[in-house]
Structure formats: structure tokens, C-alpha cells
Design a protein around this ligand. Sequence first.
Ligand code: PSU
Ligand code: MN
Length: 295
Amino acid sequence: MKFAPEVKKALNNKKPIVALESTIISHGLPRPTNLEVAREVEEIVRANGATPATIALLDGTPHIGLTDDQLEAIANRDDVIKASTRDLAIAQAKKLSAATTVAATSHLAAKAGIKVFATGGLGGVHRGANESFDESADLTALAQLDMTIVCAGVKSILDVAATLERLETYAIGVVGYKTKHFPGFYLTDSGFELEYQVDTPAEIAAIMKSRYEMGTQQNSLIVANPVVNQMDKALHDRLLENGLKAAVANDIHGKETTPFLLEYFHTESKGESLRVNIEIIKSNSALAAQIAAAW
Ligand code: PSU
Ligand code: MN
């Protein structure tokens, strides 16, 4: 793994670091917004007292922290694949450039000794998974990694109830940030309740510490941070219904499903879902930096 100088320095000096994923840049947001947001998010992490470490593979080399040129390559190159954990070794050996999902980013971040990670919305159990078997590898990755991950819940394109059950099975802790309503990514409230609410980064850092005392640090902790200005609910529900139909009509499967649905939302909502997605990732990055600092 190649470390960006500022990340190396922060690791050596035990300073706060926030890992950031790159699939959202390459496959989750449209150009040229993706690069602008990637840069802004790094600045937000710095402004909140931590060092950003955007993670990706460039020509086979895993990078923990990217230079601006490298960020631009991930945002604009057409040969950047979407890599989950299982793709990492193959991509390295084949010298591919790859944006890393939540699963793959957490894996590399944990290996690097980073404890806190910010994303938009987690992957989870897809609707119709009882037939398609489509469950994000984010779930199994977080079931075995020492990571605290800040997200706006799981993506609303998923089966949220089934995903919450899986999180319980995998012993992945979930706390709501200033809420007891599990957030629904584009929506502030998914309609599902949470058992625990936390109100400060210090409280979250205390839970992180307890995970070591209980020996449960190898199961990730999810900090669910709801978006403030949610998408119009009626528009959301309509696009979700139509988007799921469009995915079937276009024979979309496997790792293409999530990028397809996100792009469908961004195009069909004329930027409304994009606005919300940007707000989500910015707010999660700020909170993650504060948690890293408290830790
Ligand atoms: N959050 C976003 N946009 C995204 C993602 C998360 O706001 O594009 C990405 C993450 O990289 C996550 C992936 O790991 O979507 C899930 O893909 P899949 O459902 O194929 O596992
Ligand atoms: Mn999948």
C-alpha cells in the first residue's frame, strides 16, 4: 500500500484520520460534480480536525490518500472499475485502476490502522434478494472489520427491513446520531426505529473504546446520521418504483445494480437526488472527522 505523505504523518503521530471511499466518486456521482465533491469532502474533513484518506487502486497500487491528480484520475478515467473486497487482489495483480466500495475501502483502511470511515449510504440486502440473492458485500465486510462507519443509513433502493436484520445477525452495532429513527439515505427517516441514540462525537468515541473492552471490535459500528433536507418523499417513492422496473427492463444485475439506480435517480429527479446525496456525504464526512478527533 502506498500512503499519501499527510496520511503517513497522521498515522505516525496518532492524529485523527478519516477514510473516504472512491466508488461514490467513480460510480455514484456524475461528472464533473464527482470531482468537485471529492475535493470538497476532503476539505471538510480537514476543517473538522482530521486528515482525509481517500482510498483507491491506481494501476494496481492501493493508495491510502490520493493526490489531486489521482483524485482526478478516479473521477474522470473510463477504465476505473468498481472493486469490492474480492476484487482487490485481482485488480492489484492485473494492475487495474479501481474505485473501492465501502467493503473494499473499509478493508484497506482497517489494514492501514484507520478507525473511522465516512460514506453516503451503505450497501445492504436488495429488494427481491430472496430470489436474486443480491446482498452487498458491505455487510459481510463490516461483520469482520474494526471500523466505525458514518452513513445516512443504507440506500433507500434496498430492502431496509432485511438489511437491519442482517446487521443484527452480523453483530454490527447501529446507533442513530441525534435520532432514534433509522435514516433512509435520500430520506431523513426510513420508517424503522433504532434502539440507541447518541448525541456527541465523545459518546461515540466512548463506544469505540468499549468495543475493545468487550472484545467486539472486529464487528463494525454504524453511526447513522440522517440528512437534514431530504428529497421530496412522493418524488422519491415514484422514482424508486420506476427505477426498479427500469433495472429489470434493462437486464441490470450484480455490481451494476446500485450505480444504475443511483444514476436513474440523479437523471430523473433532475438533480434533486444529487443535491441530497452531496449533502449526505458532506455532513457524514464532517461528523466522521469529529468522531476521529474525539477518538
Ligand atoms: N453511498 C453513496 N453512493 C455510492 C455508494 C455509497 O452515496 O455510490 C457505493 C458504496 O461504494 C457502496 C456501494 O459500497 O455503493 C454498494 O454497492 P453494492 O450494492 O453493489 O454492494
Ligand atoms: Mn450486489
